[in-house]
Design a binder for this molecule. Structure first.
Ligand code: UD1
Ligand code: CA
Length: 463
């Protein structure tokens, strides 16, 4: 089969997800940050078909919302009566002149290149059908490919219908088929739900084709894991592990050191530059770009963030929706929240939280602070325990701290407030008014020492 656009695709995505035990369709559950249904549609899109039909059932609303930005036609299967019944619902939406690729939606590890090989090697005509198979080390729960002594496929038998000998067959049906619409829709009309599950099995149509002398070509040409169907949460975790390792391997091949790939969780769209190092337990989600020679220590979680070169993020730090320049140091135990920008050479230390804050070049906030809705200039020093009081219960206000300001420990800035360049803030101050450039702002009670007070207290005369 060749010719671009000479293909239409049907994704079977209805069904009950019984074994998954979830209130929502299993296909909405994510694998490495992406719902299973989105993965399979993206796989279909990569083949540039003329149309994609997705068979949905009770899950129509949830699935529809999840894939609302996709150019697909939803076809409703009112009752989940089996894969054969699901496909039959598409008859009126199909172009009978074009080959039809049918895919189970619950097979998220299938690779694009494997599928491309499958549709390109086939010989397409009205008397032939193709199905993709794989050799499984543990074939239980899958439909088995039954072959005769001349190695010809004679039937597909669902697990539940297999004899003890048939159960030993390790070649399984993956649930990816290439059909001529004329042939398959005719055969679907003849299948009956006379089996243990009481369902219309699509696989029965294939057995029927063989009985009618049609050519059924089983192509065994993919890695075992690509064929995995996701029926339970155990399957989901196993599949996600494969995707994680594919990603960490790609990064390592591109020059990133990952100390313990098994423990890292990195979404596919993440990029990391050469000679960066990830310690165990690093999580990087969403759209993240990380530069070269940066180090992420253990149990750091980063989402939708851009990080420059030579950055060090110490253990147990969480960063979301932020932008970090070059040579920055953050953590341990820091929290950088959305819309924060930390510029080159800055230092954010332990138990410091930033929200919607620009933190200038070479500035430092080394310990225990909350900086929210703030703009902090260059080379400022923010002392331990500094807090921007940015919220009055109704609105948020800004704190502006200009270049080279020195903020003493345990300071509160009651926003809106502005501290001019080079000013000093005395430790323990509650700053409610602007402080001019190079001034000292002090806002605290004066210290008084009452001599011998403690001795008087002991005698009961402490006044
Ligand atoms: C199916 C195949 C089996 C194959 C296995 C591969 C049949 C009868 N069996 O079994 O040979 O080895 O996949 O993973 O086809 N669906 C519908 N409507 C329904 C039922 C299912 O759209 O009424 C959809 C599901 O959403 C799923 C796909 O079809 O994406 C496969 O259904 P599932 O119930 O998972 O079939 P298996 O028992 O795994
Ligand atoms: Ca399945």
């Amino acid at each position: 089969m060749n010719k671009k656009n000479n293909l239409q695709i049907i994704i079977l995505a209805a069904g009950k997800s019984v074994r998954f035990k979830s209130k929502i369709s299993k296909l909405i559950h994510e694998l490495l940050g992406k719902p299973m249904i989105v993965r399979i549609i993206e796989l279909a899109e990569a083949l540039e078909p003329s149309r994609i039909l997705v068979v949905v059932g009770d899950n129509k609303e949830d699935l529809g919302t999840c894939i609302c930005d996709k150019k697909v036609t939803l076809v409703c299967q009112k009752r989940p009566l089996g894969t054969g019944h699901a496909l039959a619902q598409c008859e009126q939406h199909v172009d009978f002149q074009q080959p039809l690729l049918v895919m189970n939606a619950d097979t998220p590890l299938m690779k694009q290149e494997s599928l491309r090989r499958f549709i390109e090697t086939g010989e397409y005509n009205d008397n032939t059908m193709h199905l993709l198979t794989a050799e499984m080390s543990n074939p239980s729960n899958y439909g088995r490919i039954i072959r005769n002594s001349r190695n010809k496929v004679t039937a597909i038998k669902e697990d539940i219908e297999c004899t003890a000998t048939e159960k030993k067959v390790r070649e399984i049906n993956i649930g990816f088929y290439l059909f001529a619409p004329r042939l398959i829709f005719a055969l679907l009309k003849e299948i009956a739900p006379d089996n243990a599950k009481g369902e219309y099995y699509l696989t029965d149509a294939i057995t029927l084709a063989i009985d009618r002398g049609k050519r059924v070509i089983a192509v065994k040409d993919v890695m075992e894991e690509e064929a995995w169907g996701i029926n339970t949460r155990v399957d989901l975790a196993r599949a996600e592990k494969i995707l994680r390792l594919r990603k960490t391997e790609e990064l390592m091949m591109n020059g990133v050191t990952i100390r313990d790939p098994e423990s890292c969780y990195i979404h596919e769209q993440v990029s990391i530059g050469q000679d960066s190092i990830l310690y165990p337990g690093v999580i990087i989600e969403g759209d993240c770009q990380i530069g070269e020679q940066s180090i992420l220590y253990s149990n750091v979680r980063i989402r939708d963030t851009k990080i420059g070169n030579g950055v060090v993020i110490y253990d147990h730090t969480v960063i979301e929706g932020a932008e970090i320049g070059d040579q920055v140091k953050i953590g341990p135990f820091a929290r950088v929240r959305p819309e924060s920008r930390i510029l080159d050479g800055a230092k954010i230390g332990n138990f410091v939280e930033l929200k919607k804050t620009v933190f200038g070049k070479y500035s430092k906030a080394n310990h225990l602070s909350y900086l929210g809705d703030a703009v902090i200039g260059e080379k400022a020093n923010i002392g331990a325990g500094t807090i921007t009081c940015n919220y009055d219960g109704y609105h948020k206000y800004q704190t502006l701290i200009e270049d080279e300001v020195f903020v003493g420990s345990d300071t509160q800035f009651v926003a809106p407030v502005k501290i001019g360049k080079g000013a000093y803030i005395a430790a323990g101050s509650t700053i409610t008014k602007d402080v001019p450039e190079y001034a000292l702002g002090v806002a605290r009670g004066r210290q008084e020492n009452k001599l011998e007070w403690a001795k008087r207290k002991k005698r009961g005369k402490s006044k």
